[in-house]
Design a protein around this ligand. Structure first.
Ligand code: TMP
Length: 206
């Protein structure tokens, strides 16, 4: 059986990842492709337990090293338990966030540096990378406005300030620029129809 493809979606808060993941999944299935949708942090039973710790606003004492290691602990489980087995079965796996988020949030916005992330990435992933990463890009203010209008209490990350999300956005764009063959930057400030046309174009190339 042929190997499937591994697609990841990234972007700041409010970029429309959930809506567009559902769209990509439907689109691929309409082409007869077997799809598995998953997310990070999370995706497995153990990973979802780790997610709760990571997003819990009460965990104000969490050290940035702890945050980074928990992200990769959840990822290690996710890759071995879910992603690799699905790809081996020929499925296409779509993950709502993956390691690019660790570069953008922990490496850049938390100021831990890309080298540290790369070391742990190599240790956990041993060269395993997405086939394609969509970066849903939009001005930070629009994203923050969308999150606000969704209501709810927010989580440990959503409570960060504008400068934090500016750094996240720039880190994603920087990484996309360094390896344009793996990334598709999507202008997520456009209408939904327009965003989805951009996605279809990039998926056709895959
Ligand atoms: P979500 O809001 O997209 O579900 O993701 C949860 C939060 O976790 C989001 O604010 C981004 C953050 N995150 C990191 O900081 N590092 C990571 O490696 C991942 C996967 C997510």
């Amino acid at each position: 059986m042929s190997n499937g493809k591994f697609i990841t979606l990234e972007g700041s808060e409010g970029a429309g990842k959930s809506t567009n993941i559902a769209f990509i999944s439907d689109y691929l299935q309409s082409k007869g492709i077997d799809v598995l949708v998953t997310r990070e942090p999370g995706g497995t039973e153990i990973g979802e337990q780790i997610r709760k710790i990571l997003l819990n606003k009460a965990n104000t004492a969490m050290h940035e090293d702890t945050e980074l290691l928990l992200m990769f602990a959840a990822r290690a489980q996710h890759i071995r338990e879910k992603i690799l087995p699905a790809l081996e079965q020929g499925k296409w796996v779509i993950s709502d966030r993956f390691t690019d988020a660790s570069y953008a949030y922990q490496g850049a916005a938390r100021g831990m540096g890309f080298e540290r992330i790369a070391e742990i990435e190599n240790w956990v992933q041993q060269g395993f990378q997405p086939d394609c990463t969509f970066v849903l890009d939009l001005p930070v203010e629009i994203g923050m406005q969308r999150v606000k209008s969704r209501g709810g209490d927010g989580d440990r990350f959503e409570d960060e300030q504008k400068a934090f999300f500016e750094t996240v956005r720039n880190a994603y764009l920087h990484r996309a620029e360094l390896a344009p063959e793996r990334y598709a930057v999507i202008d997520a400030s456009q209408t939904l129809d327009n965003v989805q046309a951009q996605l279809v174009k990039a998926l056709a190339a895959l």
